[in-house]
Ligand binder design. Sequence first.
Ligand code: AMP
Ligand code: ZN
Ligand code: FE
Ligand code: FE
Length: 278
Amino acid sequence: MNDFRADLHIHTICSDGTDLPLEILHKAKEAGLSGLSITDHDTTEAYTPELFFEAAQLGLSLLSGIEISSDFGDATVHILGYGYDIDSPPFKAFLQEMQERRMKRNRVILEKLKKKNIFIEEEELIAFAKKGRKEKTIGRPHIAELMVQKGHVPTRQTAFDLYLKEGACCFAFGFKYDPGEVIAKIQEAKGKAVLAHPHFYKKGAFLKKLLSFPFDGIECYYGNLAKELEIPWVAVAKERGWIATGGSDYHGAMKPYIYLGASYVNKETFDLLFKKSP
Ligand code: AMP
Ligand code: ZN
Ligand code: FE
Ligand code: FE
């Protein structure tokens, strides 16, 4: 019981990771994890009946998860959702809308790149990112990878630093919904809404406003984050009665320096998230 570890932040090929959902299960087992949640960007595509079946076969506890993008002031804020009802029609419709918003946003980014003499067609990006998959969340990491492949930049990181990161010349907003609205969508689907990687965001007034939204939890344990940097977020969780969650943000070969299980939660926390909200 004491050595139960669950990694609650994992990306697959359904968004910008490089492993198949089923591969993640086997890697989680090899890593000695007892539970996990796959949290692809703006999609629940990984959660097929086969995934739940295989998880049960392997003796792994699998919690429904997602990472949803929101627009807040001049920043994008990521919100994790756990334990939501996968079949909720309004939640599904919301995610469909998010996919459409994403494609619009991708188009704006490609237009901006064009002005910098970097020519990528929308169809080219879709074909490159999907590699034959039917559904997939496409975003900046795929644009960055294609820019490398076409020889415009030496690395994906350079693509972000020079063109795609927040504030760079070719960045675009486009998710529309603010954190409060995304939290409501998750909670309406009986899920728990968790502020992802809070240490990434600007401090001061921005953070104060962000922490005033009605989250159920906050991601205190993250990737390879140093122990002492977790402490302030654990204090925030305690103060507000929020669940302190954690996970690696594993993306496979997309972020090779992050391994599965780099951060995790115990059984007690996992069960709190697993319990359906009323
Ligand atoms: P998107 O969903 O299109 O906004 O892309 C978000 C993803 O891009 C994140 O999950 C990260 O994997 C990656 N990303 C975001 N910002 C950066 C950055 N500054 N440098 C490298 N990767 C980034
Ligand atoms: Zn990502
Ligand atoms: Fe994120
Ligand atoms: Fe993530």
